[in-house]
Design a protein around this ligand. Structure first.
Ligand code: HC0
Ligand code: SF4
Length: 574
């Protein structure tokens, strides 16, 4: 233990503690900008580049950045004197000196960490206003927009992309005044091996990285009387959107969400969870088929589009391992434009499928040519949780006060198995619930598989299914996924089935969710809410969903039938 003093307060701290953490532990707030410490996921950005967290240490001629400076025995620290406060103000003013002043129309208005700091530090004019950068925005992708003029070189995105996701897309381009973070040679994002996971967007403190905003396209579709506009909502949206309306993290808002969408006048409000049940029917059948007929094992889940992009780019030699199932969002689009269109006597070309997703990669997924049939896409427009919240705010909806609504049938019923898709470990748990019943011919009583749950980056468990030991691997975060896949390729790990989700925590931590501003408790609360929603359901196995049975009886035949393959499966491209 070390003995230190902060602002005259004597303290004991463990060796290795930064001044910032020591201060935080006793309730002292030091402002930060570049700093990021997502402890539960082992994610730390300690570039100390912004100089916003400067403090005074007795005996040191210069101020020190509290985020990277470790406490030492006898250290005497002041976080609150005028010298430290002035230095912070100067650091922020220098950042603002070349920052665009378009806060009113900026996509991060009221969500921007730099704006919040300027407010917190009482900055009312910029003493050093100077030359501005004038780079083109990169709008090359379906998923994200990069505006180098708003980059403050905090390097948070770089840490997420390179250290956590191991994608290696983002690093410093140019030097001195001209510097910003972007891909090598300032390539367009679409020409890189970006997975569009959106984790860089999730942690960017300004609007240097934001999602492509598709809300205009949704408003336009809704106002076109010739279009039948259907909306679907992903599992993780319902446990997060409330945060945008001052509700506590982890509040389940499924019914309010449905009511809000009906209020926007969608012609039908469907649940991606229904399609998640459908995915399990196809995926569990594929797994059993591979196990019983000597097919390729392990089978990897394929519903996370950033993960799909990642393995296409990084493991082109292993493209026979992933399941061929389309993701639930795409399965829903495909079924809407076939089964539902037939039932409703609609021309698929007149239907617009809108998805509300916690994810940016879902925007890019919907545009994949492999997911286009007879000249129409399965899904037409994807908006994030944040974008839907903004639409509802535009419409003046009092979300927290809305009554509970019910999804529309035929594609609105779901089981607990599908809700847990939204968290790491959930897809594979859902698959096990169905595979167990199908392999053993018995009905599984205890459907909670605690051994598959948790937040560690890589997990493994063996589940007894009849006489068989089903070996399961789980990873979330692409760096963890890379490690798991390399171990499989090198023969170090052997599994039958593997679930991978690109975002830390799974979809609950997706790049399109309300900003968590580094508070991991929020992700944990969303996860707890997902499991609670599962518990609240009467039906908790996908194959028990009566509308899924009806879909197979009336239209698809059996899982993995020719028709099911045509509509619900895909292929991957290196
Ligand atoms: Fe997910 Fe999904 S669970 S990827 O995280 O599988 O985005 O929520 O919608 O498609 O269902 C995201 C969330 C989905 C899909 C589902 C899967
Ligand atoms: Fe990297 Fe993901 Fe951002 Fe692409 S979207 S630059 S892969 S963090």
């Amino acid at each position: 233990m070390l003995n230190i003093k902060i602002n005259d307060m004597p303290l004991q701290v463990l060796e290795g503690t930064t001044i910032l953490d020591a201060s935080k532990n006793v309730g002292l707030k030091i402002p930060t900008l570049c700093h990021m410490n997502l402890k539960d996921f082992g994610i730390v950005n300690q570039s100390a580049s912004c100089r916003v967290c400067m403090v005074e240490v007795e005996g040191r001629p210069a101020l020190v950045p509290s985020c990277s400076e470790l406490c030492t025995e006898g250290m005497i620290i002041r976080t609150d004197n005028i010298r430290a406060i002035s230095a912070r103000r100067t650091a922020v003013e220098l950042l603002l000196s070349n920052h665009p002043f378009d806060c009113l129309v900026c996509p991060k208005n009221l969500e921007c960490d730099l704006q919040a700091l300027a407010q917190e530090l009482g900055i009312r004019h910029i003493r050093y206003e100077g030359e501005k950068l004038d780079y083109q925005k990169d709008t090359s992708s379906y998923a994200l927009v990069k505006d180098p003029n708003k980059c403050v070189m905090c390097r948070r995105c770089e840490t997420m992309c390179n250290t956590v996701q191991t994608c290696g897309i983002l690093s410093a381009v140019n030097r001195g005044f001209d510097v910003f973070v972007g891909p090598a040679f300032n390539l367009d994002m679409v020409d890189t091996s970006c997975t569009f996971c959106g984790q860089c967007v999730a942690v960017c403190p300004t609007a240097a990285l934001t999602e492509v905003n598709n809300t205009g396209a949704v408003w336009e579709a809704l106002s076109n009387p010739k279009k039948h506009v259907v909306v679907q909502v992903a599992p993780a949206v319902r446990v997060a959107i409330g945060e945008m309306f001052d509700m506590d993290p982890g509040v389940i808002t499924t019914g309010k969400l449905v009511t809000s969408l009906k209020g926007l006048h969608f012609d039908a409000v469907f649940d991606t969870d229904f399609a998640a049940d459908l995915t399990i029917m196809e995926e569990a059948s594929e797994l059993i088929n591979r196990i019983q007929n000597g097919g390729t094992l392990p089978m990897l889940t394929s519903c996370c589009p950033a993960w799909v992009k990642f393995f296409e780019h990084q493991f082109p030699d292993m493209l026979d391992i992933p399941s061929t199932c389309k993701s639930p969002q795409i399965m829903m689009g495909s079924i809407v434009k076939s089964y539902y269109a037939e039932k409703m006597n609609l021309n698929p070309k007149d239907i617009v499928v809108v998805s509300v997703m916690p994810c940016l990669a879902k925007k890019a997924e919907a545009a994949r040519p492999e997911l286009t049939k007879d000249d129409h896409s399965d899904v037409d427009i994807v908006i994030t949780t944040r974008e839907l919240a903004l639409m509802l705010k535009e419409a003046g909806v009092n979300f927290a006060g809305l009554p509970e609504g019910e999804f529309d049938q035929l594609l609105g019923e779901s089981t607990g198995a599908s809700v847990i898709f939204g968290t790491t470990g959930g897809v594979i748990e859902a698959a096990v619930r169905t595979a167990y019943d199908w392999i053993t011919g018995e009905s599984l009583e205890k459907v909670d598989f605690q051994q598959l749950r948790g937040i560690e980056g890589i997990r493994s468990a063996t589940v007894k299914v009849g006489d068989m030991d089903l070996r399961i691997g789980i990873a979330h975060g692409l760096g963890n996924a890379r490690k798991l896949l390399e171990d499989i390729r090198d023969g170090i790990s052997q599994f039958d089935a593997i679930e991978i989700m690109a975002c830390p925590g799974g979809c609950i931590g997706g790049g399109g969710q309300p900003y968590h501003h580094g508070d991991m408790e929020i992700i944990k609360k969303r996860q707890a809410a997902i499991y609670q929603e599962d518990k609240n359901k009467i039906l908790r196995k996908s194959h028990d969903n009566p509308y899924i049975k009806k879909l197979y009886d009336e239209y698809l035949g059996k899982p993995n039938s020719e028709k099911a393959h045509d509509l619900l499966h895909t292929h991957y491209v290196p």
